[in-house]
Ligand binder design. Sequence first.
Ligand code: PRT
Ligand code: ZN
Length: 297
Amino acid sequence: MIAKPSEERLLIALQKKGRLADDSFALLKACGLRFAIRGGGLLARVKNMPVDLLLVRDDDIPSFVSNDAADIGIVGENVLVEEQLTGELDAQIAMRLGFSRCRLCLAAPERGTVQSADDLSSTRIATTYPGVTRRFLSERGIDAKLVEMKGAVELAPSIGVAESICDLVSSGATLEANGLAAFETILESEAVLIRSTRALPAAKADLLDKLLRRIEGVTTSSGSKYIMLNAPKAEVDAISALLPGSDAPTVMPLAGRDDMVAVQAVCTETVFWETLEDLKALGARAILVLPIEKLMS
Ligand code: PRT
Ligand code: ZN
């Protein structure tokens, strides 16, 4: 039913619907891929590049990449690591993408019998991540029983099937609503781009390289700003040192001013109001902070 990847068109497996989907689509669009996602289709064709999108459930993405049903995929690191630990998988991280961040945490009822990892021995832990949970328990030498669930793990303690849970947490609202408190993070996760260890045909390898460079450009530029200001010549070093995440700023003469210069720099870290105030205190004037749409170094 699912076509094997062709020799020329790069096939990217993406979550069709869910927490990863919109950011994955947005990232590819920011990389210049033009496509439309409609209705129940399994495949979406990219109009301006030899790329196709395979739209599936996130849990299937690592095995599709491993089994050549897709060339690359975007999935949560939590799913990748779980699949790596529970099956034979030829899939590895090609690039971290920085979105869909969450933590896989052990949590238990507030004021219950389990308050820390030290209390887990001989208790039951409910989870949809048996592989990662088991790894943690064996690293710590803890002998506990796993209760595998398909969902609604946060209900396990209240219905009496487990003393604690191991589940994904982002805001913490679900734990709180169920009277649970996290006491240990066993995995930090974000969306990752994955591929197998096998070589791709040359044309697709070039395409993947190009895509990775563009993703790098999009992810670096999204937090970056271009800063322009006029500075007293004597303070250029001090002012440059304040610019967050920039290495060599461009310093240029200002027409008709011997004592002042123009400074321009790419800042790869957040430029806070406090930084601008500190720059001003050093004599910087006409400070402009501009968003950067694309960045390629
Ligand atoms: O249908 P399909 O199988 O494709 O999707 P899914 O339902 O399995 O996954 P989905 O869309 O819920 O999540 C996809 C991925 O998003 C996950 O594998 C994680 O990598 C990432 N992600 C980020 C999260 C969360 N944050 C998250 N908060 N996945 C799930 N949750 C759940 C968590 O399980 C818990 O039920 O949200 C609840 C906790 O959220 P807070 O904000 O209340 O703490
Ligand atoms: Zn899923």
